[in-house]
Ligand binder design. Structure first.
Ligand SMILES: NC(=O)c1ccc[n+]([C@@H]2O[C@H](COP(=O)([O-])OP(=O)(O)OC[C@H]3O[C@@H](n4cnc5c(N)ncnc54)[C@H](O)[C@@H]3O)[C@@H](O)[C@H]2O)c1
Ligand SMILES: [Zn+2]
Length: 351
């Protein structure tokens, strides 16, 4: 399946990594010198296939850069090592880097591509649900700083996205569920057919369709708001309360799991305030359970604590807060509230 995000194509296909050379040639015009960036879980599984396909198509393959998996590697230190590696490989402005892995690999590689020689091309090869449905599209790249996640970054779009849906099969159940929270999120923002598909079938059995629907939704939002000042905020459904849950857990609760709890809370608040149909909450809770995600707030996470943590969040602008509120099945609205009202909204979400 081929989707277009304006300047670049997104190929969603089982086995697409074995055809990467062909697609990369099309996108880049001729073979280039190339470096594959990956982590130590993903490279052993798929690095060989990608390397062979690119080499067969005539790409001049420099040594790969493989770093230890996990968020802890998404730092300035790894970025510097990566930049030095591609400099040592003598990549020029017309060469290309391939990001093979989950969101960590994609964010780090994208940032390196944005700043190396003031910007070179890169190809996203997402292998996790999060990377396939979210982080590989939209051009946001980043590393974490001591002050917080994604605090240094750039907007830099890939020149091609190659999403091998077969790769999702080796993802651990924990990360599969974690990504499914963001998939379910797209459904509740604006995609009723996606909700029906997730309900009627098992997402793992129709990953091509699920990913394509999410990517279409993301392209649609991002194309209207490339630099994240307006409508792109709707992608934050469940994230305001979710971020507070993540922070209170000292990041022990994975992001998607926290977002699941956040979506349940905001939807319950909307129902209790008469803003949303009760059916919407029923469908959400059923889907979260089906995909092994939590919906209950952990013991001791009181509205006051959640509110306090959120007050320090970067999304609080000028005394007001914009929340994404589900109003009916497959439809959410952006609503601006005085910041103080968040406390009673969280209370309504937990009762
Ligand atoms: N740029 C954006 O717009 C955007 C959007 C959402 C999330 N993100 C970022 O994405 C990151 C989270 O993404 P993630 O969940 O993919 O994290 P991740 O890259 O850490 O991948 C999760 C784990 O799964 C492993 N893995 C990945 N693909 C695999 C496969 N096919 N088989 C076996 N193991 C595999 C990885 O090695 C890792 O251990 C966060 O850093 C987040 O900030 C960015
Ligand atoms: Zn998220």
């Amino acid at each position: 399946m081929k989707l277009s995000a304006g300047k670049y194509d997104i190929m969603i296909e089982n086995g697409v990594l074995a055809r990467a050379g062909e697609y990369a040639l099309e996108a880049l015009g001729k073979p280039r010198r190339a470096v594959i960036v990956s982590d130590d879980n993903v490279f052993p599984l798929y690095g060989g296939t990608l390397t062979k396909s690119l080499a067969d198509a005539g790409f001049d393959m420099a040594p790969e850069f493989v770093f230890p998996h996990g968020e802890a590697s998404k730092t300035m230190t790894t970025l510097e090592q990566l930049l030095n590696h591609i400099a040592d490989c003598r990549l020029t402005r017309t060469d290309v880097i391939f990001a093979l892995g989950g969101g960590v690999v994609g964010d780090l590689t994208g940032f390196a591509a944005a700043v190396y020689l003031r910007g070179i091309k890169y190809v996203q090869c997402p292998t996790s649900v999060i990377a396939a449905t979210d982080s590989s599209v939209g051009g946001k790249t980043a590393v974490d700083l001591a002050s917080g996640k994604n605090q240094a970054g750039a907007f830099h779009e890939p020149c091609l996205v190659l999403c091998d849906t077969g790769a999702i099969r080796t993802l651990s159940p924990l990360y599969f569920s974690d990504g499914m929270a963001e998939v379910i999120k797209y459904g509740f923002i604006s995609d009723r057919p996606l909700l029906d598909l997730l309900t009627d079938k098992n997402a793992a059995d129709c990953m091509d369709d699920v990913i394509a629907m999410c990517v279409r939704d993301k392209i649609d939002v991002v194309s209207r708001d490339l630099y994240d000042n307006g409508i792109r905020q709707c992608l934050n459904l469940g994230h305001t309360i979710g971020h507070a849950v993540e922070a209170l857990s000292d990041y022990g609760i994975p992001h998607g799991h926290a977002v699941a709890i956040g979506m349940a809370a905001i939807t319950r608040a909307a129902v209790n305030r008469g803003m949303c149909t009760p059916e919407t909450l029923d469908v959400l809770l059923a889907l979260l359970a089906k995909y092994d995600l939590p919906s209950d707030m952990p013991e001791g996470y009181t509205p006051e604590k959640l509110f306090d943590v959120t007050l320090h969040d970067k999304k609080m602008r000028g005394g007001t807060i914009t929340l994404v509120v589900p109003v009916q099945l497959g439809k959410s609205d952006l609503i601006e509230y005085p910041a103080e009202e968040l406390l009673s909204i969280i209370e309504d979400g937990l009762r």
